[in-house]
Ligand binder design. Structure first.
Ligand SMILES: [Zn+2]
Length: 249
C-alpha cells in the first residue's frame, strides 16, 4: 500500500498515519514520545509538483514543510510561477522553508552561515515572513546529525529531528529506510520525520522512476520551446521550424 508512489498512494499513507493516531506538526513543536509526524518535502525539481501533495495534506487537516532551493538549474525561485506556488502553499496552511545546496560551498561553518543567511533573505523577501528551518540538499557528512543550528535556524538533520525520532525518506523514488508504516518509530507510536519529494508522488497512476523523469524532461523541453517562440517570431514550438515572413514586394 505505501509502496504506491502516486498521489492516491500518498493520500492512503496519510490516512493510515491518521488511523494510527498520528498528527502532523512543525519541527519546533515535535515531541519525540508522541505520535507526531513532521511532513517534509524537498523541492529538488519543479515546484508545481508540490501542490498535489499540499492539497491532499490540507484536505486531511495536516500541515507540512516545503523546502525550496534558491540556486538550482531546475527552477527560478523569483519567477511568477513559483511565487504563485508559494502563495498557494501558504494559503493551504503549510510552511515554506529553505532547501540549501551545501555542495555549492566549502564545508566551512562560517561560509555556510553566511550563505544560508543570504539564501534565506531571498526566500523571506518572497514569503514576507522569517524562514525558521532549513534542509540540506547534497549535505557534507559533517552536517548529518550535526547538533548545531545553522545561521540561527533549525536544520532537519539535527539529532532531535533525525536520530532522536524516527526518520524515513523516499530518496531516489524508493523508501530508503523501508516503508514508513513498517518503521519502528511508527510501530512504537513515537515521532517521525517523513521526507517525500513531490516529483515521485504528483501523478495519478503508478510509473517507473525513469518514466517520471522522462516526463519532467519533456515538460521542460516544451516550456523552453514556448519561451523560444515568444522570443523568435515565426518559431513553431511544436515542430522547431522557423517560418520567416513572406516578403511583400
Ligand atoms: Zn534535495
Amino acid at each position: 500500500m505505501t509502496e504506491d508512489f502516486t498521489i492516491g498512494g500518498y493520500e492512503t499513507l496519510l490516512r493510515a498515519l491518521d488511523e494510527r493516531g498520528y498528527v502532523s506538526c512543525r519541527y519546533q513543536d515535535v515531541v519525540p514520545a508522541r505520535r507526531n509526524v513532521i511532513l517534509r518535502h524537498d523541492i529538488d525539481f519543479s515546484p508545481s509538483f508540490a501542490l498535489a501533495q499540499a492539497e491532499v495534506e490540507a484536505a486531511q487537516g495536516m500541515c507540512a514543510s516545503y523546502f525550496f532551493l534558491t540556486n538550482t538549474p531546475f527552477y527560478e525561485i523569483t519567477s511568477d510561477e513559483i511565487r504563485s506556488v508559494l502563495r498557494s502553499l501558504k494559503a493551504l496552511g503549510h510552511e515554506v522553508a529553505l532547501h540549501f545546496d551545501a555542495a555549492l560551498y566549502p564545508d566551512d561553518r562560517d561560509i555556510l552561515d553566511r550563505e544560508v543567511n543570504r539564501e534565506c533573505a531571498i526566500l523571506e523577501d518572497l514569503i514576507a515572513e522569517p524562514v525558521e528551518v532549513i534542509s540540506f540538499h547534497r549535505p557534507a557528512k559533517s552536517l548529518l546529525n550535526c547538533p548545531d543550528s545553522i545561521a540561527g535556524r533549525f536544520h532537519t538533520y539535527q539529532p532531535k529531528f533525525f536520530t532522536d525520532i524516527g526518520y524515513c525518506s523516499d530518496s531516489r523514488g524508493l523508501w530508503r529506510y523501508g516503508p514508513p508504516l513498517d518503521h519502528s518509530a511508527i510501530q512504537e507510536g513515537r515521532a517521525i520525520q517523513l521526507l517525500t519529494h513531490p516529483i515521485w508522488w504528483a501523478h495519478k497512476t503508478a510509473r517507473t522512476r525513469e518514466a517520471v523523469l522522462a516526463d519532467f524532461v519533456r515538460g521542460r523541453d516544451a516550456s523552453i520551446c514556448e519561451a523560444i517562440a515568444e522570443t523568435i517570431t515565426g518559431y513553431d514550438p511544436k515542430t522547431g521550424v522557423i517560418t520567416d515572413p513572406q516578403k511583400i514586394d
